[in-house]
Ligand binder design. Structure first.
Ligand code: CMC
Length: 429
């Protein structure tokens, strides 16, 4: 507790404690406001509201800083790997070599899904969006793994966490295979996490599949960059769903549903579609003008962020990764990349974007990279969901273990009709 803040409601002065975190802005603790004054706060979109305490991820949006458990994203993406990041998220510290080997082994041994899931998949239309398949199939895990749905049991919580991290790539690859009419490929446990995923997506039974190490490394980085982002919409959804005591598989399914939207995880798909629509660098100025036009709903997808009012640190790493993947493919003159670079340059110099502090976010370049690696656009958000699963599950576990935790239940400012009496149908005017 650092100080107090005073608020006056209906002439009544109330002191609110001000609390400080390790780093970042202080918060005014208004939890007793209603009890003391009968008034609520009003903050649609939670632009000024901290919903919980957390030790997992820190963002400084003005400076463009992202830390997982205190470690800068740049260091983790350059020097670590995704499963190590998962360990860090779940346990709070980087693993020792022995802990890492044990964790990798345990996650790897959970990669298969119940074989009945294959039958579950065949109920979907082949042209279903893979995010629809993911929402359903992850929700369905709670029907297959009853032995890890008791949230009061610490061991079951950990098993559910391992299962989620391990099975998401398998389900994601199955969703992809199903959509293109190819047989499911079972996980191969001597491969690392991302190589295994690439193989499950791209291998076919009739020939050997050799994983491209540049792609595996790039995908691993993409997974690290997406692993968590503090209390974003999907994570808040997972926490809210979990606050009622729902099982972790159901909570993650809720998070996936939220992630699907174009303002959140769907933005990488939308950003790539936008770059394809722009088509060539000559058209960039026209689209920048559209984005600035108040009467035009068009926005530059992959630009702007609720928290970052500076360059998204993940976007820089993503941009470099894009170049590495395109170089590997001998496609340094990719027309989409040319459009993206031109668009970024023009927007970053434009008064509208400068004044509103709109910078490229991670989704601006990720779509180009994933497309170059062979993923269809409707799989992009699925890959985001695979990577974000550890963040969701770590935040869910943190919430369950928090002694202050209670069911999330916001209030409202009611602006509907005041009390009125029922009128029989034949007497209504
Ligand atoms: N293009 C043009 N104008 C924009 C854009 C954009 N991409 N983003 C924001 N603005 C303008 C907006 O019109 C508004 O102008 P005004 O103040 O004159 O009304 C102002 O900037 C503030 O925008 P906002 O919508 O109030 O800001 P927000 O914090 O509610 O929205 C956002 C953040 C990410 C939803 C928004 O910037 C956006 O829609 N961006 C495009 C979608 C996108 O790239 N989303 C991915 C986010 S990063 C991945 C993730 O975390 O999921």
């Amino acid at each position: 507790m650092s100080a107090a803040s005073t608020i006056t409601v209906d002439g009544k002065e109330i002191e609110m404690p001000v609390r400080s975190g390790t780093i970042g802005p202080d918060v005014v603790d208004i939890s007793k406001l209603y009890a003391k004054t009968g008034a609520f706060t009003f903050d649609p979109g939670f632009t000024s509201t901290a919903s919980c305490e957390s030790k997992i991820t820190y963002i400084d949006g003005d400076e463009g800083v992202l830390l997982y458990r205190g470690y800068p994203i740049e260091q983790l993406a350059e020097q670590g790997d995704y499963l190590e990041t998962c360990y860090l998220m779940l346990f709070g510290e980087l693993p020792t070599a022995a802990q890492k080997a044990d964790f990798d082994y345990r996650v790897t041994r959970h990669t298969m899904v119940h074989d009945q899931m294959n039958r579950f998949f065949t109920g979907f239309r082949r042209d279903a969006h893979p995010m629809a398949v993911m929402v359903a199939s992850v929700g369905a895990l709670s029907a297959f793994y009853h032995d890890s749905t008791d949230i009061t049991d610490e061991t079951q919580r950990m098993i559910a966490s391992m299962r989620m991290i391990a099975k998401m790539p398998t389900l994601a690859a199955m969703a992809y295979k199903y959509s293109i009419g190819q047989p499911f490929v079972y996980p191969k446990n001597d491969l690392d996490y991302t190589s295994n995923f690439l193989r499950m997506c791209y291998a076919v039974p009739c020939e050997e599949y050799v994983v491209n190490p540049v792609f595996a490394k790039a995908l691993d980085k993409i997974f690290i960059l997406h692993a968590d982002h503090e209390q974003n919409a999907s994570t808040s959804t997972v926490r809210l769903a979990g606050s009622s005591g729902a099982n972790p598989f159901a909570c993650i399914a809720a998070g996936i549903a939220c992630l699907w939207g174009p303002a959140h995880g769907g933005a990488n798909e939308a950003a790539l579609k936008m770059l394809m629509e722009i088509g060539k660098p000559e058209n960039v100025a026209k689209y920048v003008a559209k984005a600035k036009d108040k009467n035009d709903p068009f926005r530059l997808m992959g630009f702007g962020h609720r928290v970052y009012k500076n360059y998204d640190p993940r976007a820089r790493i993503m941009q470099a990764t894009t170049h590495q993947v395109l170089k590997e493919l001998g496609k340094n003159d990719d027309p989409l990349l040319e459009v993206a670079v031109q668009l970024e340059q023009i927007a970053l110099k434009d008064e509208y974007f400068i004044e509103k502090k709109l910078y490229p976010n991670i989704d601006f370049y990720s779509g180009i990279t994933l497309k170059a690696m062979g993923f269809p656009t409707d799989m992009f958000t699925v890959l985001f969901a695979v990577a974000r699963t550890v963040g969701w599950i770590a935040q869910w576990a943190e919430m369950i273990e928090d002694p202050m935790q209670k069911i999330g239940r916001p209030r409202q400012l009611y602006v509907g009709a005041p009390r009125r009496d029922y009128v029989a149908v034949d007497a209504r005017g």
